[in-house]
Design a protein around this ligand. Structure first.
Ligand code: GDP
Length: 289
């Protein structure tokens, strides 16, 4: 699948992030809780380890993710040195309100006026960085949008006298090494795709949903799903909803769009696209091929 990929942007992002890392005490990496592996960018780990900075991994959008899978990811991340991981939903302000105290705990040497904890927010587009920043700062400083890469320039903002935040908005593109990551990111709207590819992405998503959450799919579309594969599911959704193009043929494109929208908005239910085990397996089989 052809995904938009801009090496020039990536190099500029690396340079800027490396510079900011020098004057950063804590890295806040925002991930999509439904795909924590695919939505991470290895550059974050590489740069922060180089400077030995601690990292708070925020698995955001946890309201949309399967809670049991999110717990498995938290266990996995919390076993890593220098890393603390939490699951958060920006739909639940009380969860976001816990973040500042957590940050201070991770950099106990930076407290008080004149020595604020300097924090850098990193993350690929559409994981919720702007939403999170606005909530942490209790004011609107960053543009929020469901289209990838809405925010453009880097900002430094005081949370209070003890904490200052910098974001790297819109610069850190996902590094797509594994084809499955491209599909997961496209399904979650972290990268843009055209209509033709949308059908491919929907079929991929359908396959995962049928394997892991058949009951949720059955309940959402009020139809039997036994024996369906991803493509057949998209077709059945189009049939069930009466999506037709001129001449009476099924409008599969519209069926694909409906499935993707239902996943993105959580209408299907709380689902995760990958688990720590499925990711290990996927990487293993990619290495063998
Ligand atoms: P950014 O590109 O990383 O800055 O992402 P944005 O903050 O612009 O958010 C992208 C989209 O995700 C927006 O439509 C937000 O309203 C939505 N969003 C952000 N956080 C959450 C969350 O915790 N749960 C849900 N359901 N949606 C969220």
């Amino acid at each position: 699948m052809a995904i938009q990929w801009f090496p020039g942007h990536m190099n500029a992002a690396r340079k800027k992030a490396a510079e900011t890392m020098e004057i950063t005490d804590l890295v806040i990496e925002v991930l999509d809780a439904r795909l924590p592996g695919a939505s991470s960018n290895p550059m974050v780990e590489e740069l922060r380890l180089h400077r030995q900075r601690p990292c708070l991994k925020i698995l955001n959008k946890s309201d949309l993710a399967d809670p049991r899978v999110t717990d498995a990811w938290l266990d996995c991340f919390n076993g890593r040195s220098g890393v603390h991981a939490v699951a958060v939903s920006c739909r639940h302000p009380a969860e976001v309100a816990r973040i500042p105290a957590l940050c201070q705990k991770l950099v106990p040497h930076r407290t008080g006026p004149g020595k604020p904890a300097r924090m850098m927010i990193m993350g690929i587009p559409n994981v919720g960085k702007s939403t999170l920043m606005n909530m942490l700062l209790k004011r609107r400083v960053a543009a929020v949008g469901d289209e990838p890469a809405v925010t453009k320039s880097q900002q430094r903002l005081y949370l209070d006298r003890r904490m200052v935040l910098t974001d790297t908005p819109g610069l850190l593109w996902p590094k797509i090494v594994y084809p499955d990551d491209g599909y997961m990111l496209a399904a979650s709207h972290a990268v843009g795709v055209n209509a033709l590819v949308e059908e491919e992405v929907a079929a991929f998503l359908g396959e995962i949903l049928l394997n892991r959450y058949p009951d949720l799919v059955k309940a959402r579309y009020k139809m039997p799903v036994d024996g369906l594969d991803g493509i057949a599911l998209v077709e059945e959704i189009a049939r069930k909803r009466g999506f037709k193009i001129r001449g009476g043929e099924l409008d599969v494109e519209k069926g694909a769009h409906a499935l993707l929208q239902d996943y993105r908005t959580g209408a299907i239910g709380r689902v995760s696209l990958e688990t720590p085990d499925s990711r290990r397996e996927m990487i293993g089989s990619f290495a063998e091929s």
